[in-house]
Write a protein that binds this ligand. Structure first.
Ligand code: HEM
Length: 454
């Protein structure tokens, strides 16, 4: 009999707060500003006309937004304003025909047959991490696994879909990316209040400098690639060859830079967070950690994880799903309605900011039994089959579903399985970081864990 594990969560506001206290909580952690009622009701609205927000958690309504009436619910100006300085009008933020064209060009590297060829790079990234832990001498060693998983997943993306980024550029990109995201809730709050883009807030200067630094690197990389045209069919090569179906024009260097930045970020931050929270949970649930280790040993026979074995680890897969239920790496999605709509008795004029808080959908009192409890058996096949498709959706849903979802799942499985072959993860009995939304779901204060090399 194992003890029930209730890993750290966010304490919501007990009721909808007036604007100032709302913003006070929002800048510290946007999830803290969301009232308790959002965990219980299908739709909750907040604010007035010009800045009306609707939190939508009912799976049928979410499916309506993302699938059935997707043309009515568009990507928001807020998302674009907050992310544009880094990722411009790339795939994540583009709309309409431009989005359709970019999605088509970016899809081939994510096909199933291609994905399996990346497994050795994924395993190698985990091996580098385990070797680094060993090289640091002490065993056990206390290390910030959030930083380690960021290095590992960045390593994967620059060895697979975006080949050939130097270590120096990579380090700058990771550092500048983090510096940009640290104060981002201030920028989101300013955008919610519709303050002008040049509105000053703490961290604004740092965000601007980081964006300039990052864009300079991606622009240089695109110019270099256009000049050198090395062999290969990675994403940048595909974009350099792409022709607009209507005009026959090539993709502009600026759009290629937008996508290079988009894929560098979307392609590593999120998976790093999934792995970080997974290692934390496993450190706190040693019996599950041993079960996974046994499954991995039985399937691999003690050999390296491979394209053959990586998809034969059902318990690892169940644990990863339960981790992403409790800690969805992208905790919030937003849309705006192009026309007035009615939802669960609420009339939402256009434009209303529609927030689908994945974090809360995944912990909704009406949808889940004992929602804050870690229980991978929720994802036993017969139980999983009963959930509506938008009740568990770490990767979003519909036409804008994450293009990298299979890549990320494969990567998280390969890296986690390899790390469990190489080390045991322990909890010091104290670390219980609050999950904080900074576009991705970060552990407040990092994730120090004890690592014992095997
Ligand atoms: C555990 C890892 C990941 C999670 C949880 C995640 C989550 C998401 C979510 C929720 C969306 C939908 C956003 C929306 O509809 O508003 C999205 C979109 C996207 N993701 Fe991921 N993602 C992950 C990994 C990746 C990876 C590995 C890549 C690329 C290599 C990637 C690239 C993208 C891109 C380009 C989009 C925009 C797609 C479009 O609008 O057509 N993501 N992701």
């Amino acid at each position: 009999m194992t003890t029930a594990l209730y890993p750290p969560t966010v304490t919501p506001a007990s009721r909808a707060l007036p604007l100032l206290p709302f913003l006070g909580r929002f800048v510290r952690n946007p999830l803290r500003a969301i009232p308790q009622s959002v965990y219980e009701e299908p739709v909750v609205t907040y604010g007035k006309k010009r800045t009306l927000v609707a939190w939508v958690t009912d799976p049928a309504l979410v499916e309506n937004i993302l699938v059935r009436n997707a043309e009515l619910f568009l990507k928001t100006r807020l998302d674009r304003r907050v992310l544009r300085p880094i990722i411009g009008e790339g795939l994540l933020t583009a709309q309409g025909e431009s989005w359709r064209w970019q999605r088509k060009i970016a899809s081939p590297p994510f096909r199933h047959s291609e994905l399996l060829t990346y497994v050795p790079a994924m395993v190698e990234a985990a091996n580098i991490c385990a070797r680094d832990w060993r090289a640091r001498g002490a065993s056990p060693l206390t290390t910030d696994v959030e930083a380690d998983m960021t290095d590992a997943t960045f390593n994967v993306v620059t060895k697979t879909i975006l080949a050939g980024i130097s270590k120096a550029d990579g380090d700058t990109i990771k550092r500048a990316g983090r510096a940009y995201l640290d104060p981002i809730s201030w920028e989101v709050a300013a955008a919610l209040l519709q303050y002008p883009e040049n509105y000053w807030h703490p961290g604004k200067g740092r965000m601007k400098r980081s964006a300039v630094e990052l864009r300079a690197i991606v622009r240089r990389l695109v110019a270099q690639r256009r000049q050198e045209r090395p062999e290969g069919a990675d994403l940048v090569a595909r974009m350099l060859d792409a022709k607009d179906p209507d005009t026959g024009e090539p993709m502009s260097d600026e759009m290629i830079a937008d996508n290079l930045a988009t894929f560098l970020f979307a392609g590593h931050e999120t998976t790093a967070k999934a792995l970080t929270w997974a290692l934390y949970i496993l450190a706190r649930a040693p019996e599950w950690q041993e079960r996974l280790r046994d499954e991995i040993a039985a399937v691999t026979g003690g050999n390296a994880v491979s394209a053959d074995t990586v998809n034969k680890l059902p318990t690892v897969s169940r644990v990863l799903k339960e981790v992403m239920r409790l800690y969805p790496p992208a905790p919030v999605m937003t849309r705006v309605n192009a026309a007035e709509v009615e939802m669960a008795g609420n009339v939402l004029p256009s434009p209303t900011l529609i927030v689908m808080p994945i974090f809360i959908i995944h912990r909704h009192r009406v949808l889940w039994d004992d929602p804050n409890r870690f229980d991978p058996d929720r994802f036993l096949p017969e139980r999983e089959a009963r959930y509506p498709r938008t009740q568990f959706m770490p990767f979003g849903f519909g036409q804008r579903i994450c293009i990298g979802s299979s890549f990320a799942t494969l990567e998280a499985t390969a890296i986690l399985a390899t790390l469990l072959q190489k080390a045991r993860f322990e909890w010091d009995g104290k670390v219980a970081p609050e999950p904080v939304s900074r576009v991705t779901l970060r552990p407040k204060g990092g994730m120090p864990l004890i690592v014992r090399s095997l």
